[in-house]
Every structure is written in C-alpha cells, then in structure tokens.
Design a protein around this ligand. Structure first.
Ligand code: NAI
Ligand code: MG
Length: 371
C-alpha cells in the first residue's frame, strides 16, 4: 500500500494542464502516493447541479490531503443557463466548491508564501520573502448576508443607535454583509503565523487590520494577537492598518516576514504580495485544517489557455512543495524548491508570462531533471 492517498482534483481549464505538470515531478521523485481522482468544477454543476458532488466529499474523507487545480465559476444568470435542461427549476443554486470545501472541512488557515526567486524577470524587487496567513472560514467572507433586510434583523440591530437611520432608506434598499469574528479563530490564525515564523526563522509577525475604525472586530484581532505573541519571545509582533500596509508592501516589501489577517483583508493582501513576486504563475496556496488540507495554486481556470499546454506550472510546483511541507516530507520539499529556483535562475525554460516560449510540460520536465 502507498504511504499516502492524495485526492486528485484537476477541476476545470488550466487546472488540468498544471496538474499534469505536477504529476511529472511527483513521478520523478517517486513520491509514494496513490492518487484518487475526484470530481469538482463547472462540468459537474452543468450536468448534476452540484460543482462539488457528494461522492467527492466522500473521497476526501478517505484521503490524506488533496491537490486541486482550479475551477471555473460564472455569474448566476450564466450558471442557470448552462445547467442541464432537466435540472432547471429544481432549486439548484451554484456555489463555489472551493469556498464550500473550506467551510465543510473547516480548513481554517490559508497560507500563501510569496518569495522573489532570484532571476525571475517578473520580480518587483529583490529580497522579498514573505508569507501571508489568512483566516479562511469567517470574517467578511463568513457568508452571513442580507438583501433585502428582513424586518426582524433590522429590529434586532436597532439596539445599536447607529442602525436606526438606515431604516429610512426602506428595508428593500438596505444590504448587509457582516464581518463576524471569533476570539478562537483569531487566536488560531495568529498562532499558526507565529508557529510558522518560529519554525522557519522569521523575526516578525505583522497583524494587519483596521482596529481604529473596525473597533470591535479589528480590536479583537489585535488584542488576541498581543496575547498570542507573549508566548513567542524571539519574534516581534508588528501591528499595522491594512490600507497603510498595502502602501508599505509596495514601498518596502523586503521588510516584512510573516503577515496575518482576517479573511477578506488576507485575500487582498495575499494577491498584492503575489503580484510582487511574479503574479498568478507563481502564487501557491494551502488551505489547512486540524487534520486535512487542500493545496491549490491561487490562479483560476484561465479558460482562454485551457488545454494549450501554455501556462506557467511554477505556481502548481510551489503548491506541491507546500503539500510536502505539510506531510513532513522535508527532503522532497527542499529538493523541489531548489529545482524550481534553479530553473528560474537559469532562465532557459520559461513560459509566455516570463517572456519565454516553453510549454507547461517543458518547464515541468526541466524542473524534474534538476531534482
Ligand atoms: P485566472 O486566474 O483564471 O486567469 C487570469 C489571467 O491570469 C489569465 O488569463 C492568464 O493571463 C493569467 N494566468 C493565470 N494563471 C496563469 C498561469 N499559471 N500561468 C500564466 N498565466 C496565468 O482568473 P480569471 O480569468 O479571472 O478567471 C477565470 C475563471 O477561473 C473564472 O471562472 C473564475 O471564477 C475562476 N477562478 C477560480 C479560482 C480557483 O479555482 N481557486 C480562482 C480565481 C478564479
Ligand atoms: Mg483572491
């Protein structure tokens, strides 16, 4: 029996191209795993009315972790139009399968490393090596939203004096998206950030929020971070406002190490950070829970490049590296990252986004040769 069972979820579009590339490297490493294919994505929405079929959830329960490519998602009208005729009008509602996975499996921690590998022509600056920890299940993306605003919710919110004036607009004209945060989730994400900093030798953890305006939620995040920080003597806690932080990331990205934020702020922060080190072709991510994890490149299904063997597989390679880290396969992780760095530095095998003309497969094979 293989050492690991890995759920294999290419999904849509270039998700397939980059997963094929990952396989080249995994095979070269003789990684001792059984790959269990699992259905996810637009095709299954269209044919079954569910982009994350129940059988996929069952497969996940029976695997060590999952490797995921990308999915396509489309606005409501198009989703309804592309649903198989026999399924229409039966109450099927499209939801993002990856958001659903995060909630279903309580994958509370989203980790996104952003490193400027020397020689990458897309680097914004040299010396960038930061990691964003994003809370993955609550906060602004917790999904508690209303429009129109139910009378009962309005009445209940009127215990707050600032709520009453909104009633004048008419409840049909009021939309609410909440930002609900718990001390437990704040403590957890900050703890993950500090643990990572300690393990990988980062000197600072920067908590980014907006506690001067979002006094309750932002305040909870920052106060909780201070509590957690007391347990990590050698690591400094920096507190910044998210808006100023965006400016500082553009001005002095090399000053930052580990960064931590709530769901939406973390989402924005990590895309900004990824943009500093080569963009979507390099951005890897891990969704980590207590005993399961789903690894995915940050990019989507890029339909216009689907099946063309053209996109950059580096994001996927670095995603596989994150999987090795999580599995405790330190030797594989080091070898893979070193090979990626070497291929970037040599600059011979480059996909179109790096100004080259190599195919996805050629880059993967070049990395495999360096292993
Ligand atoms: P996208 O990430 O799919 O592509 C945007 C552009 O970025 C591409 O046209 C391409 O120029 C570039 N790009 C992306 N990945 C690349 C790679 N590996 N190498 C080189 N260039 C790359 O985002 P877009 O076009 O906004 O969305 C397309 C579909 O993907 C949509 O249906 C969207 O909902 C979905 N999506 C899915 C995500 C996921 O699976 N986690 C995340 C983001 C979007
Ligand atoms: Mg994003």
């Amino acid at each position: 029996m293989a050492k690991y069972r890995i759920a294999w979820m290419p999904g849509d579009g270039i998700g397939n191209d980059v997963m094929d590339a990952a396989k080249i490297v995994l095979d070269r490493l003789k990684f001792d795993a059984e790959y269990v294919p699992a259905d996810i994505g637009w095709e299954f929405w269209c044919s079954e009315g569910n982009a994350l079929p129940e059988r996929t959830v069952e497969v996940l329960k029976d695997t060590t972790c999952a490797l995921f490519g990308a999915i396509t998602s489309k606005p409501k009208e198009e989703a309804d139009k592309e649903l198989a005729p026999e399924l229409r009008g039966k109450g099927h509602v499209y939801f993002s399968p990856i958001v659903k996975l995060r909630q279903l499996l309580n994958l509370h921690t989203n980790l996104r490393p952003c490193k400027a590998y020397p020689g990458n022509p897309l680097n914004y600056k040299d010396g960038i090596d930061l990691v964003v920890f994003r809370e993955n299940t609550e906060g602004m993306y917790g999904g508690v939203e209303f429009h129109p605003l139910p009378q009962g919710v309005f009445d209940a919110l009127c215990v707050h004096p600032k709520m009453k004036p909104f009633g004048r607009a008419g409840l049909d004209n009021v939309a609410i998206s909440t930002r609900i945060m718990t001390r437990q989730a704040c403590a957890n994400i900050v703890t993950q950030a500090f643990e990572y900093a300690q393990k990988h030798g980062y000197k600072t953890v920067t908590v980014c929020d907006k506690p001067n305006v979002l006094r309750e939620t932002g305040g909870l995040m920052v106060r909780t971070a201070r509590e957690v920080a007391k347990k990590y003597a050698g690591i400094e806690l920096w507190e910044t406002n998210i808006d100023a932080q965006c400016m500082w990331l553009v001005r002095k990205p090399e000053n930052y190490g580990v960064m931590v934020a709530e769901n939406m702020f973390g989402d924005i922060l990590s895309d900004l950070a990824a943009g500093l080190v080569g963009g979507l072709g390099f951005a890897s991510a891990a969704n980590i829970g207590d005993d399961y994890a789903v690894f995915e490149p940050t990019h989507g299904s890029a339909p216009k490049y689907a099946g063309q063997n053209k996109v950059n597989p580096m994001a996927m390679m670095l995603t596989v590296k994150l999987m090795f880290d999580w599995l405790g396969e330190a030797d594989f992780a080091t070898r893979l990252e070193r090979a990626v760095a070497q291929v970037i530095q040599e600059g011979k095998a480059r996909t179109y986004d790096m100004g080259g003309s190599a195919t996805t497969t050629e880059v993967a094979e070049e990395i495999a040769r360096k292993l």
